[in-house]
Design a protein around this ligand. Structure first.
Ligand SMILES: NC(=O)c1ccc[n+]([C@@H]2O[C@H](COP(=O)([O-])OP(=O)(O)OC[C@H]3O[C@@H](n4cnc5c(N)ncnc54)[C@H](OP(=O)(O)O)[C@@H]3O)[C@@H](O)[C@H]2O)c1
Length: 276
């Protein structure tokens, strides 16, 4: 049976934080984030630093493991540098098992809430390699080491091909979300039609022009909010689970507080179709 773990409101992203990872994750949880996104990809993430922060938070009695949502990823060798969490000569199934074991050790937990394929092996479609990896990820989930599974950096084509050959679809899809693609409308609609949850990243950095758009600035002024809060609130109104990787304590609080921003259905529709 497909277990449906609770879906958080916001994900705190831990990419590109290097030696600041532990301090920033600790700050994020102390600021109110309850869901963390990481990856066993040392090139962009310091997963052990996330684990260090969690251990400190548990020790200080700030939070218990079961009240957190932890998400990590399996990354193919092509997306890694030399600091690999598995034997590159081993089969893909073994690489998934080794990467998961290493993630659990880094994070100091017997399970993660969500385990995500960082990106398919090819931009062209869902491949044999992806099928092997997905089967191995399902095995990890069935063994209790992950509650649900996800995929990232996928196109509609990947998802349609995946659906044609796989018995099981992901609970989460995590993609970079550009206004110029109507905020990844085709993938979002695919997910919505199947009860899958779309996670959007780079909502601010991929859409800098939107932050200065008159509709966004006028909603921000009316709601005494920042343009960034309006964008995150809008993303939630579209049914997205947004990610933020802010390193700023004030922004952490602002991002979590975006739910207080009120937007009409018309405002949401106009922003959704901004690309024209
Ligand atoms: N699956 C994938 O391949 C993939 C790829 C990229 C990212 N991700 C995930 O997504 C997370 C977020 O990454 P991202 O690409 O969205 O970029 P990000 O790391 O969240 O960067 C956001 C940028 O916007 C700035 N900012 C300004 N005002 C802000 C506000 N109120 N709230 C938040 N940020 C504000 C931040 O600066 P300040 O720090 O000064 O606030 C920062 O420079 C990553 O950490 C990672 O977990 C996944």
């Amino acid at each position: 049976m497909l277990e449906t773990a609770a879906v958080p409101d916001f994900l705190y992203g831990t990419a590109w934080k290097e030696e600041r990872t532990a301090a920033l994750v600790e700050l994020a949880v102390r600021s109110g984030f309850r869901a963390i996104d990481t990856a066993n990809q040392r090139r962009h993430y310091f997963e052990a630093g996330v684990g260090e922060a969690l251990a400190a938070l548990y020790r200080a009695g700030v939070i218990r493991r079961e009240h957190l949502f932890l998400q990590t990823k399996f990354t193919y060798v092509d997306g890694q540098d030399h600091r690999l969490p598995y034997d590159p000569e081993a089969s893909l199934s073994t690489q998934v098992a080794q990467s998961m074991a290493s993630s659990l050790e880094h994070l100091g937990t017997p399970w993660v809430d969500s385990y995500v394929l960082h990106g398919p092996a090819s931009g062209m479609g869902w491949s044999k390699a992806d099928m092997e990896v997905w089967a191995a990820m399902r095995k990890e989930r069935d063994a209790g080491r992950a509650k649900v599974l996800g995929v990232s950096n996928v196109s509609l084509r990947h998802l349609l091909q995946m659906e044609a050959v796989e018995e099981e679809m992901p609970r989460f899809v995590q993609n970079r979300c550009f206004v110029r693609t109507d905020w990844d409308r085709d993938v979002r609609e695919f997910c919505a039609a199947r009860g899958m949850v779309y996670q959007g990243f780079s909502l601010l950095t991929a859409n800098m022009g939107v932050l200065g758009h008159p509709l966004v600035t006028s909603v921000a002024a009316r709601e005494r909010a920042t343009p960034a809060q309006v964008v995150f609130r809008f993303a939630r109104a579209l049914g997205m689970l947004p990610l933020t990787g802010t390193s700023d304590e004030g922004h952490m609080r602002e991002d979590l507080d975006c739910s207080r921003v009120e937007m009409s259905g018309d405002e949401v529709r106009i922003l959704e179709g901004l690309a024209g």
